[in-house]
Design a protein. Structure first.
Length: 69
């Protein structure tokens, strides 16, 4: 995971009112494999900003990922 990756939450976070599958953006790197993830609605209004381990999210891809040969 890296800054500005679009990610989906892999499990519910009831304390933050977030459900698995909600989509966010990595906006800051807090530590090795820990990122601040911003969750916003379709109008761009932020409704949660949560520190998450890379293992808590799935990085989404809009195009095929090219692997080094």
């Amino acid at each position: 995971m890296k800054l500005f990756d679009v990610v989906a939450l892999t499990h519910d976070l009831p304390d933050h009112h977030l459900q698995a599958g909600q989509v966010g953006t990595a906006v800051a790197e807090l530590a090795a494999d820990v990122f601040e993830v911003e969750f916003a609605d379709l109008h761009g209004h932020t409704y949660a900003v949560v520190p998450l381990a890379a293992a808590d999210v799935l990085v989404l891809h809009h195009e095929p990922v090219r692997r080094a040969a």
